[in-house]
Design a protein around this ligand. Structure first.
Ligand code: HEM
Length: 397
């Protein structure tokens, strides 16, 4: 399908870890704050399009720090391309969905052969994957040549290249950048979509978080990263969002290099092992009443309780776990804190019948689970909140 660039070579992984480790990720906080303020303004202007706004925000952030590309305010071609390309991947990469994954020999059947539809489809999808790899990278290079490129993962790494072997290294930078673009966009949208659903499922949690935020800002300012330690309930919401409807239901498959044993089961060498992230995060012993959205489970005496297992499995396991997890957690945190500070999220009411519209909480289930479109009401909490949102949006222009 053309996703070979996403094979997770060690060199890519080193580049990713250098760029996105705990310390390095902090440099993105100002961008994350601005992105959340832009989101607030869009929610104020057109609240019903909230899912589009979440998508715009996630795409904007990732394209900005990966490539230094400023996206269009709507219908941006790079965001659309990523969405289309990703859709093919999240639908096709479900283990067992295609027979060819189980019987790789099938990949050698000719394209005209009956039943070879998967090959024709893969050829189409390949074009999208290649465009996603090449187009934003070419744009950064074009900007560098014109002397207008700003600092970004791609521009900084290309600038830092020694002359020797640069085509090879350039290729690694290109692949790593595309992996970031791929790994960061949809996952963030899914997480924030789940947050909105969670507020509909548990209105009390929303009220508690708002009271906590008001206690810190008195409704006179918007939250900042400096407030993080004073807002444990908001942090507990972020953890519970990641746990409740975890973005990736199962981990990326791993290949056993040597025979192993687990609780009496023999696992032969070369077995494919797929971790069940969903089960880990819905284990009733660790997380009682696991299907209920309950941020309190992470708290003790008003503080985060270190004894409760962090839902870090949401980001995968071992050496290949998500390198973007620090950045993802902080951008999710500031977005959730900013939205709760300024808006009330409630179930929508049918204009004709006056009845409350119950969300179905249904997801598109793929490698990345994504809330299916749903309705809700997002209204500013006060006139002061409106003033804050407009002020922040004006200064983030
Ligand atoms: C809430 C948001 C996110 C979630 C839930 C998430 C989750 C995951 C998971 C489950 C994996 C597979 C890990 C494994 O195989 O064990 C992964 C891989 C990855 N993620 Fe994330 N991710 C998120 C955000 C991001 C962001 C913002 C970025 C980029 C800045 C990113 C970049 C990547 C990359 C590059 C990989 C592949 C790593 C490799 O192959 O070694 N992710 N992510």
């Amino acid at each position: 399908m053309g996703w070979e660039f996403n094979i997770g070579a060690r060199l890519h992984r080193r580049l990713l870890d250098q760029e996105l480790n705990v310390k390095a990720s902090r440099k993105y906080e100002p961008d994350e704050l601005i992105a959340s303020h832009k989101l607030l303004k869009r929610l104020l202007d057109t609240p019903d399009a909230f899912l589009t706004h979440l998508r715009q925000m996630a795409g904007e952030l990732i394209l900005s720090f990966t490539y230094g590309i400023d996206v269009l305010p709507s219908d941006d071609p790079y965001i659309t391309l990523a969405e289309e390309a990703l859709h093919t991947l999240v639908s096709a990469a479900i283990p067992g969905k295609y027979l060819v994954d189980t019987f790789p020999i099938l990949k050698h059947i000719p394209i005209w052969f009956p039943g070879a539809g998967f090959k024709r489809q893969a050829r189409e999808w390949r074009k999208l994957a290649r465009s996603m790899l090449e187009l934003p990278f070419l744009e950064t290079k074009r900007q560098m040549e014109s002397g207008i490129a700003r600092s970004s993962f791609t521009a900084d790494r290309l600038n830092g290249l020694k002359d020797t072997n640069s085509a090879y290294q350039e290729d690694h930078i290109k692949s790593t950048a595309a992996t970031m673009y791929l790994g960061g966009a949809d996952t963030t949208v899914s997480t924030l979509g789940t947050f909105i659903l969670a507020m509909l499922a548990n209105p009390e949690a929303q009220k508690k978080a708002q009271a906590e935020i008001d206690g810190v800002t008195a409704g006179e300012t918007l939250p900042t990263f400096a407030d993080r330690d004073s807002l444990p309930y908001v942090s507990a919401i972020v953890k519970e969002v990641l746990r409740w409807k975890n973005v990736t239901p199962f981990g990326a498959p791993r290949l056993l290099t040597v025979e192993d044993e687990y609780r009496g089961y023999r696992l032969p060498a070369r077995s494919l092992i797929i971790g069940s992230t969903w089960s880990i995060l819905h284990d009733p012993i660790i997380y009682p009443d696991p299907h209920t959205f309950k941020p309190e489970r992470f708290l003790l005496n008003g503080k985060l309780n270190p004894a409760i297992r962090d839902p870090e499995a949401a980001f995968g396991f071992g050496r290949r776990k998500c390198p973007g997890r620090h950045m993802a957690t902080s951008s999710t945190w500031i977005t959730i804190a900013s939205v709760l500070a300024t808006f009330d999220i409630n179930k929508a009411v049918d204009a004709d019948t006056g009845r409350v519209i119950e969300p179905t909480y249904a997801y598109f289930q793929g490698v990345v689970n994504m809330p299916l479109p749903f309705k809700c009401s997002i209204k500013p909490r006060s006139t002061q909140a409106v003033t804050l949102v407009k002020g922040a949006a004006a200064s983030s222009q």
